[in-house]
Ligand binder design. Structure first.
Ligand SMILES: *Cc1c(COP(=O)(O)O)cnc(C)c1O
Length: 449
């Protein structure tokens, strides 16, 4: 495509497309936020219409695991396309959805025995919240109507999911529309006081949760958490002991535990499910983003058999009468199966340990920079907080960093003053070294501006 076509795309897009999570005015004016027309993708790289390339170091909003235009996922999808593109899942079933449910359940040692499907992450959260309430109702505990979330939590942007989200920028405008939930302390390890370990912070946060449960367990249906890393609030990481404590408290006070693994599942934190690192299973586990390899919208909620049984009855109204048009879409499920095949065939979790060690080492000069604090890593997530001189610099840091990174062929989008890397699981040694070196270059450039 000619450069003139490229600017034409930008113009047409700004005239007709309302872009997500964007103040559209930022794309106009004297120093506009760039809008990149992507013509194609290959491996870890996105290419624009001018042939410029960008290393997708945030996996296109945390979804892409094995690169763009992955030959194995492409082949699976092409095969599926000629068999069945979609069929409704009520009264019908098909091999991709069966095989995917079986394989995921097996990955939990069959503790989470059933999968309920939707398309986006937020829908999976809605399903888990509704199911939790309804399971208690079916057990004659219909007073259990309240939910608990953590400070800084993010569970999606639909009304129900936003009610258990604690990110002011996304939530405040819609406050009047939302049901109140209980917000308890985050186990974020950065909150450690002098002499406290990450595990101490986790125990302190769990104690606050226990105080609430002592008072209101009779009204509380579930606690929803993002295991190990609260991503959207700025990659806040916590000790796995927190998950053990939440599990124990949920058991003691008869409250469901919902693990939102939409961002942290699928190997992102080093194990396939983040909960494995604490050797606990929740009552509900939400999965989306990486599960389809970043190809198609797919989300699901896995549940324990006891939850499933609470709905199993001759009475239709005791069933879970929830659906989405594309529930269990065969193409999306097939992409997920191809994704699971790659995990198995390539020993991805082991390979990622090697990749992670190399990237952590390559980032060590940046970690030691005197305007970097809280450098942290878990699995295939790296983050640090920029120490900025003044509030004005902080306000525009993220946007300036994004623009400067594009100049260095990197796709990076800091959250506030938190810079993070969440790359696909395919980076070569060269790509790892390039990513680390250029992230440092960008950081130093942005500090100077
Ligand atoms: C992205 C995300 C969601 C929402 O998923 P969508 O597909 O964007 O609706 C929910 N929870 C967590 C933890 C997420 O990171």
């Amino acid at each position: 495509m000619e450069p003139s076509t490229q600017s034409d795309w930008v113009k047409r897009s700004l005239q007709s497309v309302w872009h997500p999570c964007t103040q559209m005015q930022h794309h106009a004016g004297a120093d506009p936020l760039p809008l990149i027309p992507v013509s194609h993708g290959r491996g870890a790289w996105l290419f624009d219409a001018d042939g410029r390339r960008y290393l997708d170091a945030i996996s296109s909003w945390w979804v892409n695991l094995f690169g763009h235009a992955n030959p194995r996922i492409n082949a699976a999808l092409k095969d599926q396309l000629d068999k069945l593109e979609h069929a409704m899942l009520a009264g019908f079933t098909h091999e991709p959805v069966i095989a995917l449910s079986e394989r995921l359940s097996k990955l939990t040692g069959h503790v989470l025995g059933h999968c309920f499907y939707a398309s986006d992450g937020a829908s999976a959260v809605e399903i888990a919240l509704k199911m939790s309430f309804h399971a208690w109702r079916n057990s004659s505990l219909s007073d259990k109507q309240e939910f608990v979330c953590l400070k800084g939590s993010y569970h999606g942007e639909t009304i129900g999911a936003l009610a258990v989200t604690d990110v002011a920028l996304f939530k405040d405008a819609y406050g009047p529309l939302l049901r109140q939930s209980h917000v308890v302390a985050s186990p974020d390890a950065r909150l450690a006081q002098h002499g406290e370990s990450a595990a101490d912070v986790a125990r302190r946060a769990a104690a606050e949760l226990e105080t609430l449960l002592q008072q209101r367990a009779g009204q509380i249906a579930a606690v929803i958490i993002e295991p190990l890393v609260q991503c959207a609030t700025g990659m806040a990481m916590h000790d796995p002991v927190y998950l053990q404590q939440v599990r124990a408290l949920c058991d003691r006070y008869q409250v469901h535990m919902i693990a939102d693994e939409i961002a942290v599942g699928c190997g992102r934190t080093g194990t396939f499910f983040a909960c494995e690192q604490a050797a606990v299973w929740p009552d509900f586990l939400c999965l989306s983003k990486g599960i389809s390899g970043g190809y198609l919208p797919l989300s699901l909620v896995m549940t324990r058999d006891s939850i499933y049984q609470a709905f199993y009855s001759t009475d239709i109204a005791r069933g879970f009468l929830h659906s989405h048009s594309y529930t269990g879409n065969p193409l999306a499920c097939r992409a997920a199966l191809a994704t699971l095949d790659i995990f198995e065939q390539d020993g991805v979790l082991n390979q990622n340990r090697v990749r992670a060690a190399r990237l952590t080492a390559a980032l060590s000069p940046l970690a030691a920079h005197d305007q970097v604090c809280h450098f942290r890593q878990r699995g295939m997530i790296w983050a640090f907080d920029a120490v900025l001189d003044d509030a004005a610099a902080a306000e525009t840091f993220s946007r300036r960093f994004f623009s400067a990174a594009l100049e260095q062929e990197l796709l990076l989008r800091p959250i506030g003053n938190t810079v993070y890397l969440m790359p696909p699981y395919i980076l070569s040694d060269d790509e790892i070294d390039t990513l680390a070196a250029r992230t440092r270059t960008v950081f130093e450039q942005v500090l100077q501006k």
